[in-house]
Design a protein around this ligand. Structure first.
Ligand code: ARG
Ligand code: ZN
Length: 881
């Protein structure tokens, strides 16, 4: 069971030998690709002399090994399933190896594999060891020279990192291209692509005048789906120059779209490889959300060129060093080029639903974990999104200018190095003079901190006392938690004026500091009281504006206070949050009523709050759309001590229908006012209108009277963009009327049978229906010709989406759990990384009632009985620990 052993951060040692230059030659063949590697190695100056050379290698057939041109005898080396060990090597030497690998049978999609006939690679985090024997760890950085040899006819395009330096013809209809990457890089950033691809080209001139060739490589039928990615790339390149002073550093930047890809995309140096779902868009095939996702991911991977590639991670425990910072950078970019409040609302509602759930479950881990069995399991919401929130807190604590100076210092000081999270934080401390020692706990402690806030206004003295207390619940392996350094952005909104009041914060020395009307205070103690002076009128506190820290903040707001903040808070995010809190109070009552079998009564204050929103729509339709969107069932579930899926569904539907009945005319008016005849463009204005219109239509369809049905059917038939078509199809398919659902699904499925990314949407729409026949439908669709368990997008679209269908996945006959477990067991053999991801909903069994707990655990036990990959093994063990 050696592969099930954990790796610990505390055991880190520099590599015994480092590679200064790597020369690779690939002779491509579907079942017998030959990889020759020539590594220029030298002893690491910090390690002792005479250590054996141990290289990682997974599933490789070794053909040759030589040192300085001398082939080794069989007793001079040892190769096992995971490594190649050479006991005696010189201080500095050249190692030649030749191995054989089989891209065609690689269903794990790590290393070199084939997708639709093309060859491609995925090496992060430990895929390179499936290509050749190598010290496959991020602190070994080498320049690369790569020659790719392939069939001229079927593989006309041969790509790797850097710049092409030579190409030519070879015997047997073969040809080759040699690529050189002058920037030292870890093996996880290596990439190779070969296939019959076509390109779209553009150019970018950097701030210092360097001409960069931009290419997006796709299969020929997708050439009309690259415009948006290209435009996004150019925007991102300009933004990173203007915002962070970061310039691109090679003569070309390439993006390749592949259909079979475990994740969204990968930032390989100069040759980003993308899941086709994360790069291809067309108004007729991709929704607004997909357009925005593509923009964000293109930017994310591009930004990695500095935050990840030029400065990389010392070891994989530091993963959030590059991912947290880069997610923060892409979030800010998207906010800058779209509607900033909407971007924040979207990110936070996702975060509070999914990351909070992870942090409260059996797989909770710190932003910097201290051990793992399988590092691929740690590409998580905690590492990425919580990591980004931690960086955002640094931005709040330092202010933008110091934060930017800290970022400049970090890039200058560590360029070309593999470093740790504390190196980044130390730069921030150095430029600002701030003590960030306590702040480092954010990286070490798992779990979502809970903050209780109480406020009291003294009319006589004009003082407002804000008492805050924090605690972080125990998480697996961490029972004791220390207080964190939490930036709380806040305002005090005057109940008479409706305006933000000046914040004058008393200090310990008896003085005070005037902070303005919107400020950040630093909570550091377990309990701390902040005294604001000269507060002219009784305020309602607006706390944690913009979600300034990844915490749960409780404050005993009355419904009147929430309704007040909903209309008066100067912070758009907190206006939205007040609405969410108000809706949650109503939902709590209705959930209780449902459980107690009492008649449900709609809260009139909620209806009036919605009415006032609809009466004064403002000019940001996207914000209004968010304000009118009810919390998701998953988010509501997060707030319950024991999740009652049926009560949650019933309560939410009741609210939706009550609002629709009482505000029907207003929703109709909003629907009509936001029709748009302009040609489709993914602009924030158009996206906002479509979102608002479709939110209104969803309310109307919750009543499903003739008028609503007519509007929905017309939109489904007549609209020319996928956003509107999909919104309408979803409403028809999720209605109780099969005479509406079935013809629409059939027409759509036939129209788009040739387009895999649209078929993904077709699968998702069907398996997220609330109707109880869904499990049977999932099993049926798994046999559909467009479905394949080997394609991660299909697995996510059908199985992953089904597991988010709360009422059906959690059906009391256990069939939903059984279905998911069946798929996990099969995927455990085919693609362990995907198997370990889709198992997640089962690992959350502790949140449910006794009956469901028993059913879920039984399926986990059944999975545990299989011969498991390290990926699934680690997840199951954590879930059942
Ligand atoms: N670094 C890539 C990205 O964010 C993700 C790579 C994930 N790899 C994996 N095997 N899970 O941006
Ligand atoms: Zn990333």
């Amino acid at each position: 069971m050696s592969e099930m052993q954990a790796t610990y951060l505390k055991d880190y040692l520099p590599p015994a030998y480092r590679v200064t230059h790597t020369e690779l030659t690939f002779d491509l063949d579907p079942t017998a690709t030959r990889v020759k590697a020539r590594l220029h190695l030298e002893r690491h100056p910090e390690r002792e002399a005479g250590l054996p050379l141990v290289l990682d290698g997974e599933g490789l057939t070794l053909k040759q090994v030589a040192i300085d041109g001398q082939p080794l005898e069989a007793d001079e080396f040892e190769a096992d399933a995971h490594s190649l060990t050479i006991a005696r090597v010189p201080e500095r030497f050249r190692l030649d190896t030749e191995v054989e690998i089989a891209p065609d049978t690689n269903t794990a999609l790590e290393g070199l594999y084939r997708s639709n006939g093309m060859y491609c690679t995925q090496c992060e985090p430990e895929g390179f060891r499936r290509i050749t024997f190598y010290p496959d760890r991020p602190d070994v950085m080498a320049t690369f020279s790569t020659t790719v040899i392939g069939d001229r006819e079927s593989l006309p395009v041969l790509l790797s990192n850097g710049n092409p330096v030579e190409q030519g013809e070879l015997p047997d209809q073969r040809h080759f291209v040699t690529w050189e990457d002058p920037h030292p890089k870890p093996s996880y950033l290596f990439a190779l692509v070969a296939g019959s691809l076509e390109k779209v080209e553009d150019h970018f001139t950097t701030q210092s005048g360097r001409e960069v060739l931009l290419q997006i490589w796709v299969e020929p039928e997708n050439l009309d789906k690259t415009d948006h990615a290209m435009a996004s790339l150019k925007r991102a390149m300009r933004w990173d120059e203007e915002t962070y002073g970061r310039e691109y550093d090679l003569d070309r930047f390439m993006i390749v779209a592949v259909n079979d890809f475990n994740m969204g995309a990968m930032e390989n140096k100069g040759l980003n490889i993308f899941n086709s779902a994360a790069v291809l868009t067309h108004p007729q095939t991709a929704t607004d959300a997909a357009f925005q996702r593509v923009e964000g991911i293109v930017a994310h991977e591009y930004f990695h060129n500095w935050s990840g590639n030029r400065v990389t991670c010392r070891d994989w425990f530091q993963l959030s060093l590059k991912e947290g910072f880069t997610v923060f950078r892409d979030q800010t970019f998207s906010a800058d080029v779209n509607s900033a409040p909407v971007k924040r609302i979207e990110d936070v509602s996702f975060f509070r639903t999914a990351q909070f759930a992870e942090d409260a479950g059996p797989t909770a881990h710190p932003v910097r974990p201290d051990h793992y069995i399988e590092i691929s399991n740690f590409y998580t919401l905690t590492i990425y999104e919580k990591g980004a929130e931690v960086v955002r807190m640094l931005r709040h604590l330092l202010g933008w200018e110091d934060f930017r100076r800290g970022s400049d210092l970090y890039f200058a000081r560590f360029d070309g190095q593999a470093v740790r999270i504390e190196d980044f934080v130390a730069c921030m401390a150095e430029v600002s003079g701030l003590d960030l020692d306590q702040f480092m706990r954010w990286y070490a402690q798992a779990g979502t901190p809970e903050i209780d806030a109480h406020g009291e206004y003294d009319y006589a003295t004009g003082e407002y006392h804000l008492r805050l207390s924090q605690r972080t619940p125990a998480t697996p392996g961490q029972s004791e938690k220390l207080p964190l350094h939490v930036p709380i952005r806040l305002g005090l909104v005057g109940t008479k004026s409706g305006h933000d009041l000046t914040l004058k914060l008393a200090d310990a020395a008896g003085g005070s500091e005037t902070l303005g009307k919107d400020a950040v205070i630093h909570l550091r103690e377990a309990e701390q009281t902040f005294v604001f002076q000269d507060v002219e009128e009784a305020p309602v506190p607006s706390l944690l504006r913009g979600f300034s820290a990844p915490v749960k903040l409780r404050y005993p707001y009355s419904r009147e206070e929430l309704a007040f903040l909903l209309t008066h808070d100067s912070d758009g995010f907190n206006r939205w949050d007040a609405g969410q809190r108000l809706t949650m109070l109503a939902l709590d009552d209705l959930i209780a009523a449902h459980r107690n079998g009492v008649e449900k009564v709609m809260d009139v204050r909620l209806v009036e709050a919605y009415r006032s929103l609809l009466d004064e729509p403002g000019d940001d339709q996207a914000v209004l759309a968010e304000m009118l969107t009810l919390p998701s069932e998953a988010y509501i579930a997060e707030q319950q001590p024991v999740v009652d899926v049926d009560a949650i569904h019933a309560a939410r539907e009741f609210v939706r229908q009550s609002l629709a009945w009482q505000l029907r005319d207003a929703f109709l008016a909003v629907y009509r006012d936001n029709q748009n005849d302009e040609p489709y463009a993914p602009t924030p204005e158009q996206i906002g209108r479509r979102k608002l219109k479709n939110v209104a239509l969803a309310y109307l369809m919750s009543i499903a009277d003739d008028e609503a049905i007519g509007l929905t059917q017309a939109q489904f038939k007549n609209s020319g963009n996928m956003t509107d078509v999909r919104a309408a199809l979803t409403l028809l398919a999720h209605s109780d009327r099969s005479d509406l659902a079935e013809p629409a699904l059939k027409a759509f499925g036939e129209q788009w049978a040739h387009d895999p990314l649209v078929m993904d949407q077709w699968f998702t729409i069907q398996v997220t229906r609330p109707q109880p026949d869904v499990i049977e439908r999932v099993r049926f669709l798994m046999e559909h010709p467009a479905f394949s368990l080997k394609n991660p997008n299909k697995v996510r679209a059908l199985i992953g989406a089904f597991a988010q269908n709360r009422v059906n996945f959690h059906r009391l006959d256990g069939q939903g759990y059984k279905l998911l477990a069946d798929v996990v067991i099969e995927l455990n053999r085919l693609n362990p990384e995907i198997a370990a991801r889709i198992i997640t909903p089962l690992t959350r069994w502790q949140r449910f009632d006794e009956e469901r707990q028993v059913l879920m655990k039984a399926e986990l036990e059944r999975i545990r009985g299989e011969k498991l990959s390290p990926n699934v093994y680690e997840m199951v063990e954590r879930a059942l620990a």
